[in-house]
Design a protein around this ligand. Structure first.
Ligand code: OAD
Length: 246
């Protein structure tokens, strides 16, 4: 384990372009529930009931109740040591990109630079109804949110969480930024089950372009067999240890 952490620290020291991809595991120590695994959200709910445009079309109130519950939980959470280390690296490295699948904005809270939130933010809303498609969303951090479902301040139609649901494409700019970030020397994937595409394909794309690839995760994932280095353990424990070795 220590030799793996040393190897990762050496790679980091020598990297000019660093890209970090994060998933729910990075926020687990902050108290944000993950999606898969023993206590994961998808153990209690089916994604197709709560996280698809069809589900929202069927029952916007039900979907909003779930998002309002998650917002209440996340509002109590603070960035942990993993977010802090990633934020520090994003400021220290000459070229560092952080791509996250997390919608909790804890990377934002930690002061992360060059952050792409490919699945959006749970603190942002957009219009589902009347506004022209592509109209800008807005930030609403109220907890509780007020009457559900919330309304669009522009047209009075239904508002939706500005997150990416299953079956939806990633915002063009975000996808482009994430793909561009695969051109790097070191691609580090942290706390993601590596099963949801296109995020899950980024590590392979980075490898194809010649990056050294590494994974930090509590458990084995589909990416574990293909990355150059994999380290098992909590991100909030391992990232500070690597930082100490730099
Ligand atoms: P998952 O819940 O699928 O996976 C979390 C991963 O983090 C698992 O591989 C765990 O082993 C690992 N993990 C848990 N605690 C950890 C810790 N303390 N340190 C390191 N690793 C830890 O979450 P994601 O991979 O982020 O999408 O899920 C990807 C997407 O699927 C989400 O963005 C969401 C979900 O459905 C949408 O909502 C579109």
């Amino acid at each position: 384990m220590t030799s793996d952490l040393r190897a990762l620290a050496t790679r980091l020291r020598n990297a000019r372009r660093l890209t970090i991809l994060t998933g729910a595991g990075v926020s687990a120590a902050s108290g944000v529930p993950t999606f898969r695994g023993q206590d994961g959200l998808w153990r209690q709910h089916r994604p197709e009931d709560l996280a698809t445009p069809e589900a929202f079309g069927r029952d916007p109130r039900l979907v909003w109740e779930w998002y309002a519950w998650r917002r209440e939980k996340i509002a109590l959470c603070r960035p942990n040591a993993a977010h802090e280390v990633i934020a520090a690296w994003s400021r220290a490295f000459p070229e560092c990109q952080v791509v996250t699948q997390n919608v909790d904005d804890l990377h934002v809270g930690a002061g992360t630079r060059n952050l792409t939130r490919i699945h959006g933010s749970i603190w942002e809303l957009s219009c589902w109804d009347g506004c022209a498609k592509g109209a800008p969303g807005w930030r609403d951090e109220r907890v509780p949110l007020g009457e559900l479902p919330p309304r669009c301040p522009h047209c009075g139609g239904l508002a939706r969480p500005a997150v990416v649901w299953f079956g939806e494409a990633l915002g063009g700019g975000n996808l482009r930024a994430a793909i561009e970030a695969t051109a790097c020397d070191l691609f580090l994937t942290v706390g993601t089950s590596a099963v949801v595409y296109p995020a899950a394909g980024l590590v392979e794309e980075a490898r194809r372009q010649g990056a050294f690839t590494a994974e930090i995760n509590l458990e084995e994932t589909p990416a574990s067999g293909t990355v150059d280095l994999t380290v098992r353990g909590g991100a909030e424990v391992l990232l500070p240890r690597v930082a100490e070795l730099l």
